[in-house]
Design a protein around this ligand. Structure first.
Ligand code: UFG
Length: 338
C-alpha cells in the first residue's frame, strides 16, 4: 500500500512516516520545507530502513500535486501539511486560511478525481475550545476556537465530513491533545522556529541555557496548583495511532465512513507538573517565573481516549517523564549538529 504523507518531514509527520515504514507501507512525502530540514529525511531513512520518495513543494501548486498522483498509485493519505502557530495565525489569518484549506482541498480534489478513499486528517483538541466538562470525549460539543489556526482545523473537519458524504469516502479525523517528546533514537523531534510558543520546547531550551527562564502563564487558574492543565501525549504513541486509524479505514467495508478520535493519554498535567517532571527525568534545573495569563489560553483540557482504545486497539502508554527524557536527548543531538 502506498500512502501520501503531506507534511511528512514535520514533527508529527516524520514520526508517523517511520511507523508507516516499519509497518511495510510505501511512503511518498510532499513537504514544502517551511518548518523542516532535509536531514530529517536522512534520519527517517536511518530509523525506518528505507528512504521515502520525497517531493519538496507547496500543496497549493495543483499541477505538481497532480503529477505525483499520475506517477504513483496512491491508496491513502495522511494529511499533516499546515501552518500551526496559534499566535502567528492571529496576525496572518489569510495566510492560514489559504494555506491550510487550499492544501487540503487540492488533495481531496485528486482523491475525488481518481476515486481514492482512506484519508486521515490531522486535527486538534482546539476544536472543543474550553469544554464544559472533562475529560473530553468525541461527543463533546464543538466550540469555535479562538485562533484562526484553530478555525482552519474546525473548517477542515467540516470540509471532510461534507466530502465523505457527497463522494462516498472514508475519512478519519484525529484530534490531538498536546504532542511532546522525540524519537527514542534522538534522530527526530520538534524543530521550533525562533522563540518557541509551546511549553515543552521552551522548557527544553531553558534547561539548555538558550532561554534564560520559562514564563509560566498564570498560576491563578481553578486547578489544583493554579497553573493550566493539558493532556501531554508522547509523539511516538501519537504516530502509532495514525497507522491504526489507517488500517481501520482500509479494512472497512462500507463506502462512506467518518471516524473521529481523541488522541490523548486521559491524564491532565499542570504546567508546574511538567516542569517538575522534566527536572526529575533529566536531572536539570528549569528556572521559571510566574507571569500573567496568556491571552486565549483555556484552563483545562484532557482527553477521554476510550473510543480510540476500543475501536483502534490503541492506547498512549508512555509516561510524561519518559517523553520528557526523549526531548532532552533530542536537544543534545541538535546541539551536536550546530
Ligand atoms: N505555557 C507556559 N509558558 C510557555 C508556554 C506555554 O506557561 O512558555 C503554558 C500555556 O499557558 C498552557 C500550557 O503551557 O497552559 C501549554 O501551552 P502550549 O502552548 O504548549 O499548548 P496549548 O495547549 O496552548 O496549545 C496546543 C497546541 C495548539 C492547539 C491547542 C489546542 O499547540 O496547536 O493546544 O488547545 F491548538
Amino acid at each position: 500500500m502506498t500512502i501520501l504523507v503531506t507534511g511528512g518531514l514535520g514533527y508529527i509527520g516524520s514520526h508517523t512516516v517511520v511507523e508507516l515504514l516499519q509497518n511495510n507501507f510505501q511512503v511518498i512525502i510532499v513537504d514544502d520545507m517551511s518548518n523542516s530540514e532535509k536531514f530529517i529525511l536522512d534520519n527517517i531513512e536511518k530509523i525506518g530502513g528505507k528512504r521515502p520518495v520525497f517531493f519538496p513543494f507547496d500543496l497549493r501548486r495543483k499541477e505538481l500535486l497532480s503529477q505525483v498522483f499520475d506517477a504513483y498509485e496512491i491508496d491513502g493519505c495522511i494529511h499533516f501539511a499546515a501552518y500551526k502557530a496559534v499566535g502567528e495565525s492571529q496576525e496572518k489569518p489569510l495566510d492560514y486560511y489559504e494555506n491550510n484549506l487550499f492544501s487540503l482541498i487540492n488533495v481531496l480534489q485528486e482523491f475525488k478525481a481518481r476515486n481514492i478513499s482512506n484519508f486521515i486528517f490531522s486535527s486538534s483538541c482546539t476544536v472543543y475550545g474550553q469544554a464544559d466538562k472533562q475529560p473530553i470525549d468525541e461527543n463533546t460539543l464543538l466550540k469555535m476556537p479562538e485562533s484562526s489556526y484553530g478555525k482552519t482545523k474546525q473548517m477542515g473537519e467540516e470540509i471532510l465530513k461534507d466530502y465523505a458524504i457527497a463522494y462516498q469516502k472514508k475519512v478519519s479525523l484525529l484530534r490531538y491533545f498536546n504532542p511532546i517528546g522525540s524519537h527514542p533514537t534522538a534522530l527526530l523531534g520538534e524543530l521550533p522556529i525562533g522563540v518557541p510558543n509551546n511549553l515543552v520546547p521552551y522548557v527544553t531550551q531553558t534547561a539548555s541555557g538558550i532561554r534564560e527562564k520559562l514564563s509560566i502563564w498564570g498560576n491563578d487558574y481553578e486547578t489544583p496548583d493554579g497553573t493550566a492543565v493539558r493532556d501531554y501525549i508522547y509523539v511516538v504513541d501519537l504516530a502509532k495511532a495514525h497507522v491504526k486509524a489507517l488500517q481501520k479505514l482500509m479494512n472497512e467495508k462500507s463506502e462512506t465512513l467518518i471516524d473521529v478520535y481523541n488522541l490523548g493519554t486521559g491524564k491532565g498535567s499542570s504546567v508546574l507538573e511538567v516542569v517538575e517532571a522534566f527536572e526529575t527525568a533529566n536531572e536539570v534545573k528549569v528556572p521559571y517565573q510566574i507571569c500573567e495569563r496568556r491571552a486565549g489560553d483555556i484552563t483545562i483540557a484532557y482527553a477521554n481516549p476510550d473510543k480510540a482504545e476500543r475501536e483502534l486497539g490503541w492506547k498512549a502508554d508512555t509516561s510524561l517523564e519518559e517523553a520528557l527524557r526523549t526531548t532532552w536527548e533530542w536537544q543534545k543531538y541538535l546541539q551536536t549538529k550546530n
